[in-house]
Design a protein around this ligand. Structure first.
Ligand SMILES: NC(=O)c1ccc[n+]([C@@H]2O[C@H](COP(=O)([O-])OP(=O)(O)OC[C@H]3O[C@@H](n4cnc5c(N)ncnc54)[C@H](O)[C@@H]3O)[C@@H](O)[C@H]2O)c1
Length: 254
């Protein structure tokens, strides 16, 4: 099949965390495929700069200030989209924070903060945006989870939030039954972004069977694929993109 046959119809995609490292690759791939990207993140100047970069690639992009941890911010952002007659076909929940603390190091609020950004935010965004998708009979919800959702991990607040996000995704299959809206988890391993520990990236060949960290553009390719007709039957699966890390017990010294 030729590349053009595989392209999805042009869609409007809301990407949260759009000023981040992984979203840069996701936005790029979406624009290359002719989709419109709404770039949403905490600081307006940063998403404005990202929208300018995407427009310089002949793309259609809009900046949107959004704090996913606050439902008032979500409501006000969605009102701005309504005012501009922008209907969202696809949500990519990529906003996230990693608090590198063991349980003992957490204070009274820090666990909750991680949950608010990584789990409560996506829940509220999906809850408030998906009725439009359902009424138009088509939608894709793509949650950037993590391999930390699937295995134990040294930072329990992050792992718990991503495990919650992954199972939220699977559970929403019921809400969207027969509506044309499907849900997906992308579970990256180590991705080359500011969030990743540089020491892990440096020693990637010893830790990752494929020998390298994942590039943000590879995550973007997966997002683009999930929007294609060829992916219409995929629903609720985890797309594990970790170079083989979680499939192999590394008991032996390499
Ligand atoms: N980098 C990795 O190795 C890796 C691995 C697995 C999963 N992930 C996940 O991928 C996603 C993207 O991470 P990244 O690597 O690009 O990190 P990043 O730190 O480069 O980007 C995260 C973005 O989220 C934004 N953000 C934080 N709190 C927000 C809020 N309340 N509202 C709106 N935006 C907010 C930040 O401003 C930032 O631009 C995250 O959900 C992360 O948990 C990353």
């Amino acid at each position: 099949m030729s590349q053009s046959n595989q392209q999805a119809a042009p869609r409007t995609v809301l990407v949260t965390g759009a000023a981040g490292g992984m979203a840069a690759g996701i936005n790029q791939k979406l624009i290359e495929q002719g989709h419109t990207v709404i770039c949403a993140d905490l600081i307006f100047e940063k998403v404005q700069a990202e929208a300018v970069r995407l427009k310089s690639l002949e793309g259609n992009a809009f900046p949107l200030e959004l704090d996913v941890s606050k439902v008032d911010s979500i409501r006000s952002a969605l009102q701005q989209l309504k005012d501009q007659s922008l209907n969202v076909d696809v949500i990519v929940n990529a906003a996230g924070i990693l608090d590198r603390k063991s349980m003992a190091d957490h204070d009274d609020e820090s666990f909750q903060n991680v949950m608010l950004v990584n789990l409560v935010g996506p829940f509220n965004l999906i809850r408030l945006l998906s009725p439009g998708m359902v009424s138009r009979g088509w939608g894709r919800i793509i949650n950037i989870s993590s391999i930390a959702a699937r295995n134990g991990y040294p930072f329990p607040s992050y792992a718990a939030s991503k495990a919650g996000l992954s199972n939220l995704t699977r559970s929403l299959i019921n809400d969207f039954w027969g509506t044309g809206v499907t849900v997906h988890n992308i579970c990256p391993g180590l991705v080359n972004t500011p969030m990743a520990d540089p020491r892990l990236i440096e020693n990637a060949e010893k830790r990752i069977p494929t020998g390298a960290a994942v590039q943000p553009e590879e995550i973007g390719q997966a997002v683009v694929f999930l929007m294609q007709d060829a992916a219409a039957s995929l629903n609720g699966s985890d797309f594990v993109m970790d170079g083989g890390v979680t499939s192999y017990f590394q008991l032996f010294e390499r």
